[in-house]
Design a binder for this molecule. Structure first.
Ligand code: AMP
Length: 439
């Protein structure tokens, strides 16, 4: 299957991933966790004394037991305490704020009561859907998401005619709507930031978040979440909070996921495509995410895989100039919200391979993904940790493979091993399918 094409190098443009700056559902509950003993607490959700209609949503989602982080946070969060929570990827952080916000929200006013900020439109879309899924039986609850790319006029109209109780959004768009006077947060009671280190470490995003924060009522609950929160970021985050309930992992080294097998492959840059195709032929996967370092490389690699008849896609729309290369039925105009439609395709299992930049690296949850391949290593160990967390979600099994070509990529791999409690061996010729495929 490989063919000569695979031998060709991908273009190496240093164009940045088009992370939706200032602009921006999973299926049922997960199978029993394999590995990571203690990842799931035995006590039931009933102990949290949640409203019956919320419990019904939890049951519909197939959640049987709260995860460790849910156990550690929900009882405090429903009391209105501020929360600063660091916990492993994929262990149910979203449900912590979704459940506690729905539990305590006062729906009597037709105003935005809960604001959730995050760094990409894809994540905003996903969080919106988690609210809708878990809050399905809370009849009056209205949820909406706003992010760059989609037309702002639509957002304005929605806020005017059908104001949601829960608004999820990217900071730039939320601020824009506040400045135009269309979004009022005078009755806000919960202020949530997901992937808070990503949001607070980038100056532009932090400024937007501060701009929003100062325009909200003084008395409100603030909750922030991420798998990675450096000490400096923790200090910044706490400036937004009052006596927060803090959850930290006992040591950063423990952030790796136990159900996940991790390997590296040493190779030359020009060998990457051929090796990838061999792997895709050889491995058993439900869905795979392949990470590359730029949008252009994502488009090129996706094109190559499609030519080799793999069910591949990318989140990034083809630029107009490449319209002639579009697959049948593929949109090239790329209205920006097209990325959401593409995300939906992948989540709905209409495609099984997603080639993407780190745009998809954080927070994104697709239940069937069991393999993550870093075709290009990320810039740093944080990004690696978030990437591999896309497989092995909620304690399930998964496989992460990193291609290392050259010193720089090997250096990142060494940093990952030095920092986290994980040894990443060279990939053996054969691996046992049952080690990464859930039964
Ligand atoms: P998150 O870490 O928030 O992205 O969640 C990872 C996945 O686990 C999502 O698909 C959630 O719907 C799912 N999940 C969250 N909490 C539970 C639970 N208690 N039981 C089973 N699945 C869960």
């Amino acid at each position: 299957m490989a063919g000569d094409k695979a031998e060709e190098d991908l273009p190496d443009f240093d164009e940045d991933a088009a992370v939706g700056n200032g602009s921006g559902s999973a299926a049922g509950g997960r199978p029993e966790a394999h590995g990571g003993a203690g990842a799931i607490s035995a006590s039931g959700f009933r102990d949290f004394l949640l409203a019956p209609n919320l419990m019904q949503g939890i049951i519909d989602c197939g959640f049987e037991h709260p995860s460790e982080v849910q156990h550690a946070c929900i009882p405090q969060a429903v009391l209105g305490t501020d929360v600063l929570c660091q916990a492993k990827s994929g262990m149910g952080k979203t449900a912590v704020f979704v459940l506690s916000c729905i539990q305590i929200i006062d729906l009597s006013l037709k105003e935005v009561r809960v604001l959730v900020l995050c760094h990409t439109r894809e994540l905003a879309y996903q969080i919106e859907h988690e609210f809708l899924r878990l809050g399905k039986h809370v009849k009056e609850l209205k949820v909406a998401a706003v992010y760059g790319g989609g037309t702002i006029e639509k957002d304005k109209e929605m806020l005017k005619s059908n104001c949601p109780h829960v608004l999820v959004g990217t900071p730039g768009r939320v601020l824009q709507l506040m400045k135009s006077g269309d979004l009022k947060l005078d009755h806000l009671t919960q202020f949530v930031v997901d992937e808070c280190d990503r949001c607070l470490d980038e100056l532009g995003l932090r400024k937007d978040i501060q701009g929003i924060f100062v325009k909200t009522p003084k008395k409100k609950q603030v909750m922030m979440f991420s798998a990675t929160i450096q000490p400096d970021t923790r200090i910044t985050a706490k400036k937004f909070m009052q006596n927060p309930h803090e959850i930290t992992v006992e040591s950063e080294a423990k952030l790796t996921l136990h159900g996940l097998q991790q390997y590296y492959i040493q190779l030359e840059e020009r060998e990457k495509s051929k090796r990838l195709i061999d792997l895709l032929d050889q491995l058993e996967f439900n869905q795979v995410i392949i990470f590359v370092k730029s949008v252009k490389r994502a488009l090129a690699l996706d094109g190559l895989l499609q030519e080799c008849k793999f069910p591949s896609m990318t989140l990034h729309p083809l630029p107009k100039a490449f319209a002639h290369k579009a697959a049948k039925g593929e949109s090239t105009l790329g209205p920006e919200h097209d990325r959401i439609e593409r995300l939906r395709q992948f989540k709905d299992f209409r495609k099984r391979i997603l080639v993407t930049t780190d745009l998809f690296g954080r927070g994104m949850d697709v239940e069937r993904v069991n393999i993550v391949i870093s075709y290009d290593m990320p810039e740093d160990s944080d990004a690696y940790l978030h990437r591999v967390g896309r497989a092995g979600r909620f304690g399930t099994k998964g496989l992460a493979i990193a291609f290392c070509a050259g010193e720089k990529e090997t250096e990142v791999l060494n940093k990952v091993q030095a920092r986290f409690e994980v040894s990443i061996p060279q990939m053996p010729a054969q691996i046992d399918t049952s080690s990464y495929l859930n039964a």
